[in-house]
Write a protein that binds this ligand. Structure first.
Ligand code: UD1
Ligand code: UDP
Length: 382
């Protein structure tokens, strides 16, 4: 029997982190002929991840532009992918999550009548403008996809609520698979500033902030709040790897340049980021991925967003929604910095998002779906 042609398509840093262990797993399966295509919606931030996981894409659309718009990303992906898909004609295209690359790739596969598998399916806020445009990207891909790899049982329920019944597999999140390969107690940071930090005696707060719906007033308020927290707590050290978006770079440098105890650094390699989180005191972020990684590492997270499509760790008590308003962010951070009981109530490791076996389940489910195996994978946490 011919091998099953499975093409992974991704373009941004978080998709790459979460698809990398899956690309590796597909490569280990005899029944599968894997292909990897990157859109390079992100360039430098994607290449860093490809390097760490030793991935060598078969196709690279190289679409990134400075200050790109949603329309240019989507149209450049669609145009570029048409040729790639016609050339390979895979049996299955795998996309990840909720970016513009994800949506455009699923649509491009649909136009060629190629089956689509959606990794990290079923997360919802039910608010189409938050996160923007990710909520709608993810929802639309759910409509197109034939296979839905839902990380958690709650994600499965969200899909069922939309009338999707077939092809759902609860797998855990592949980010936990990735995390298992990167965190080491003896890890040495490439950045001397990070090696020299006193993680035992200082309170190191890891910060990231990049969401489009936070551009403008919310981002200004968030940065003002972070600056006030550093001023009020002499033991606090902020480590902030700044996203390469010019909008974010400008805002971060305007607020923090010259401030003591604020370490603005370039985006970190993913193993550096994971090990930094493993050693820090707490995380403040509007990132999706960090909300999944930090709880697994036992670190409290304050989410700098109005809502989250990842409620599991909020329910487990390690993540709290701090919103985007100055006073509330300062209040929530102060509580964790000065009240040991409040801190310890949040600082415990939980793994509602995965057990490190998501990629194995996804590969098993693909083989089961295409009748190359009669073993349906045992769901994660059901
Ligand atoms: C994108 C995703 C978002 C995801 C985020 C992860 C969409 C609409 N948004 O948002 O869901 O959370 O990635 O980080 O798909 N840039 C560089 N080099 C890079 C990466 C970005 O210079 O390696 C700059 C470019 O000027 C680019 C800008 O950042 O135009 C914004 O990148 P873009 O992918 O459009 O948006 P993100 O905010 O990164
Ligand atoms: N990350 C990284 N370097 C950084 C910041 C984040 O490697 O400087 C990793 C992080 O550990 C996670 C992923 O990038 O795996 C999250 O990406 P991001 O926050 O950009 O996107 P989101 O998850 O919000 O879509």
């Amino acid at each position: 029997m011919d091998k099953l042609k499975v093409m992974t398509i991704f373009g941004t840093r978080p998709e790459a982190v979460k698809m990398a262990p899956l690309v590796q797993e597909l490569g280990r399966r005899e029944e599968i002929q894997p292909y990897c295509c990157v859109t390079a919606q992100h360039r430098q931030m994607l290449d860093g991840v490809l390097e760490i996981f030793h991935l060598h894409p078969d196709f690279d659309l190289d679409i990134m532009e400075q200050r790109q718009t949603l329309s240019t990303i989507t149209s450049k992906c669609l145009m570029g992918l048409e040729d790639v898909l016609k050339q390979v004609h895979p049996d299955l295209v795998l996309v990840h999550g909720d970016t513009s690359t994800t949506f455009a790739s699923a649509l491009a596969a649909y136009y060629q009548q190629i089956a689509v598998g959606h990794v990290e399916a079923g997360l919802r806020t039910w608010d189409k403008y938050s996160p923007f445009p990710e909520e709608m990207n993810r929802t639309l891909v759910g409509r197109i996809a034939d296979l839905h790899f839902a990380p958690t049982p709650a994600n499965r329920k969200n899909l069922e609520r939309e009338g999707i019944r077939k092809g759902i597999y609860v797998t855990g999140n592949t980010v936990i698979d990735a995390l298992r390969t990167t965190v080491r107690p003896d890890f040495q940071f490439a950045e001397p500033e990070l090696n020299d930090l006193d993680y035992e005696n200082r309170k190191v707060i890891v910060v990231t902030c990049h969401r489009r719906e936070n551009y403008g007033r919310p981002m200004e308020d968030i940065m003002d709040a972070l600056a006030d927290i550093v001023k009020a707590f002499p033991e606090a050290e902020l480590v902030y790897p700044v996203h390469l978006s010019p909008v974010v770079q400008e805002c971060a440098h305007r607020h923090f340049d010259g401030m003591e105890r604020v370490h603005l650094v370039q985006p970190l390699a993913v193993d550096e980021m994971h090990n930094l989180m493993a050693r820090c005191y707490m995380v403040m972020t509007d990132s999706g991925g960090l909300q999944e990684e930090a709880p697994a590492l036992g670190k409290p997270v304050l989410v700098l967003r109005r809502e989250t499509e990842r409620p599991e760790a909020v329910e487990a008590g390690t993540v709290a929604l701090a919103g985007v308003e100055h006073d509330i962010i300062v209040h929530e951070a102060a509580r964790l910095l000065e009240d040991p009981a409040a801190y310890h109530a949040m600082a415990h490791a939980v793994n509602p998002y995965g057990d490190g076996m998501a990629c194995r389940r996804i590969a098993d489910a693909i083989l089961y779906h295409f009748k190359r195996s009669d073993r349906r994978p045992v769901p994660f946490a059901e």
